[in-house]
Design a protein around this ligand. Sequence first.
Ligand code: ADP
Length: 488
Amino acid sequence: LKSQLNDPTLFTTAGFIDNEFITTSNSGKHFPVYDPANGTEIARFPDMGIEETDKAIQAAKQAFPSWSKTTAKERSTILRNWYNLILENEQDLAKIITWENGKPLADALGEVRYGASFFEWFAEEAKRLYGEVIPSPNRQQRFIAIRQPLGVVGIITPWNFPNAMITRKLGAALAVGCTVVAKPASETPLSAVALYELGRRAGVPKGVIGLVTTHHDTKAIGKHLCESQDISGISFTGSTAVGKLLLKQSADTVKKVSLELGGNAAFIVFEDADIDKAVDAAVLAKFRSSGQTCICVNRFYVHSSIKDVFGERLRERVEKFRVGSGMEANTTHGPLINKASVEKVRSHVHDALDHGAKLLTGGKESENTHGYFYPPTVLTDMNNNMRIATEETFGPVAGIFSFETEDEVLELANNTRFGLSGYFFSKDVSRCWRVAENLQVGMVGVNTGAISSEVAPFGGVKESGIGREGARQGLDEYTQYKYINMAI
Ligand code: ADP
């Protein structure tokens, strides 16, 4: 694979500790990385443990005093260099994403640019970390609040955006002067190391960014990052179960914790919606990355008067998808990440069918594929007894429920412990305000299915998370206010 890159050095199978790429682990063990399109092993990474994690933490701790005292402009320049290097190498980085994650190359390229946009954005925001001068309530004192970096932060990222989930966290952390120890998902470490190589070239100083690769010791390293007194913050993107565990493990050291967890997005189509636009948006918001993003739609609520038309048009669109290896030029939808994902999707579909759902398309798996594929599927006549009503499927299955009134659908949409994103389609301005305000989520798409942007605060409410990423607010996760009272 290496030889297929313009710059083969971006294909590195190593962690990065104290400014060195480390290709072996203290335990002597390695873990494999697979191409989900065919199940073959494409790389082996050092399976690191607590010792290596400690080394990375100590290096980050040592680097913190000098990194946190660089000027905002100096940090901005390094982030900007890194951004430029990512764009110069975007084709290679996209290929690496497709190899280990499976998403089609065009989507992978989109992810590389989206990922880079966080370095561009935070290179700019670094210079605007404003504090406050507070009008004094008395004549003898002056009040000021300044913002300071937390210290060393631990970062844990998932496989569904192997590049962008790292840059979104690193960009904000580095902009404010934090140093970092990151642990990428063991399914997708290649993208992380490639980014680190570019970071090194961009001039990130020694010790400022560490990368620990592991599979076997994932739990132990996660616990160690949470419990270490040398780490001041944790930023995690992944499943709700693991997020809750990390929050608990961080309690004893009273860490600042930022969590982007699972969602269960509703997509509501009101009777006055532009159906074609809604179908276009549904295709994106449900099937992008084969349904494996945390803001992917999990439940479609379509007004009963248009449910059949909507279902029919969605079916037509889904049947035009070309499912296959992400490396093939005409592939629109790639495989799922692994066998367990395919199993989960299959069980959700069977469960829905057993409880009375009707299959509009998909649902039937081909017997002789080697990779982790599931056919894009549309189900209708869904009801609340089905698992899809409450559980995140994280796969290419659209289940259509019907409703009659706005109040009813809001109650249905909000009847979940999750609250990441929600979408709806309507042409009634008053309703747009009402529904946007009443959906219990952190992000709402009104007449659109594409909401992610580096300039907007990304995050959830309820059990979907704490904190926001990207935007001006993204800096808050990595800073504390310090109040200074000066007598005169
Ligand atoms: P997903 O279903 O997306 O794989 P996970 O929450 O399992 O979600 O994984 C997200 C990230 O969390 C990955 O980097 C994974 O290795 C890591 N992870 C999984 N379990 C733990 C744990 N117990 N402690 C710390 N990190 C974990």
